[in-house]
Design a protein around this ligand. Structure first.
Ligand SMILES: [Cu+2]
Length: 296
């Protein structure tokens, strides 16, 4: 057996070269197409930076988690590689190497560092949740977003007007983009976005806002935040909700308050007064749970 073992080729230099080439290739693949903006937000959507009163908290939790994990990773990979190289079997050696165990300082390190990490992650997560998911600042403007197979109704509750949409037929042409329903949000205003569904479970997701909420028939959930950066964002349903789930998309326009008022006034002038209530729900099994559907 031993005679078949080829001795390690002369020294470390060949291995170092191979590792160097691999590392360089990996770095090129990793870094190509990545700009400073991508790094700053930890490869979350670049437009998420400063988009709402919550996004920066999410980004720093995300980046902090990655930085801690990478530090642990580099130390671990470094130690592994060092062991592989320093304790490799030399040309003249036969049999098993000297077996080592019970290194007290290392074992204490193994125990203490993970505890510090877990406690750190826990408190950083609680802090972020307090500032984001648990935010229930009363909305100066209340908007109800209603999901339905496969489109959206937007009830501008404070202004008592509504906008109703139908499914966007994504036919591969640019024209489809003009038919995407648009949700208008006034900037720098306390928003309460109420979410509900008319039929099956949908999910409200504006990727740039870094928040996603399921819309469950018979239950109301909500998001409270301020949109800080004016502009257009993409939104979509993030819960597989049937055949045309992929066409259940919308846009968000964050505009100054006067432009928002102008828009809701235009809805009123078009006759879209009042809000679209549960009378348009397709199913009401949750109101009579014993007549079909699951009890809660
Ligand atoms: Cu959906």
């Amino acid at each position: 057996m031993d005679s078949q073992n080829q001795p390690v080729r002369s020294g470390l230099s060949a291995w170092a070269k191979r590792l160097g080439v691999l590392g360089a290739l990996g770095a090129v693949a990793l870094l190509s197409g990545c700009s400073k903006e991508h790094w700053e937000v930890g490869f979350l959507p670049p437009e998420s930076k400063g988009a709402t009163t919550h996004t920066d908290d999410y980004i720093s939790l995300w980046n902090g988690g990655w930085i801690a994990a990478l530090i642990v990773g580099f130390v671990t990979w470094g130690l592994l590689l060092w062991c592989v190289v320093a304790y490799r079997r030399r040309k003249h050696e036969r049999g098993l190497p000297v077996q080592l165990a019970y290194n007290m300082p290392i074992e204490i390190l193994y125990t203490v560092v993970p505890i510090i990490l877990v406690v750190g992650f826990f408190f950083e997560t609680v802090k972020a949740i307090e500032q984001t998911s648990n935010d229930d600042t009363p909305g100066e403007v209340v908007i109800e977003v209603v999901g339905k197979q496969w489109a959206w109704d937007f009830n501008y509750v404070t202004e008592d007007v509504h906008y109703s949409s139908t499914q966007v037929n994504l036919d591969g042409t640019e024209a489809a983009a003009d038919k995407v329903p648009v949700l208008y949000l006034p900037s720098n205003t306390d928003l309460e976005i109420k979410l509900r569904s008319r039929d099956v479970i949908h999910s409200f997701w504006v990727p740039a806002f870094l928040e996603k909420r399921d819309m469950i028939p018979g239950r109301e959930s909500s998001l409270h935040f301020q949109a800080l950066k004016e502009g257009k964002y993409m939104g979509k349903c993030a819960e597989l909700c049937g055949e045309f789930h992929s066409e259940m998309i919308f846009d968000v326009e964050v505009v100054p308050m006067d432009a928002y008022i102008e828009y809701t006034d235009s809805l009123r002038e078009a006759g879209n007064t009042g809000t679209l209530g549960p009378e348009y729900d397709r199913t009401d099994w949750y109101k009579n749970p014993h007549e079909g559907g699951d009890d809660e």
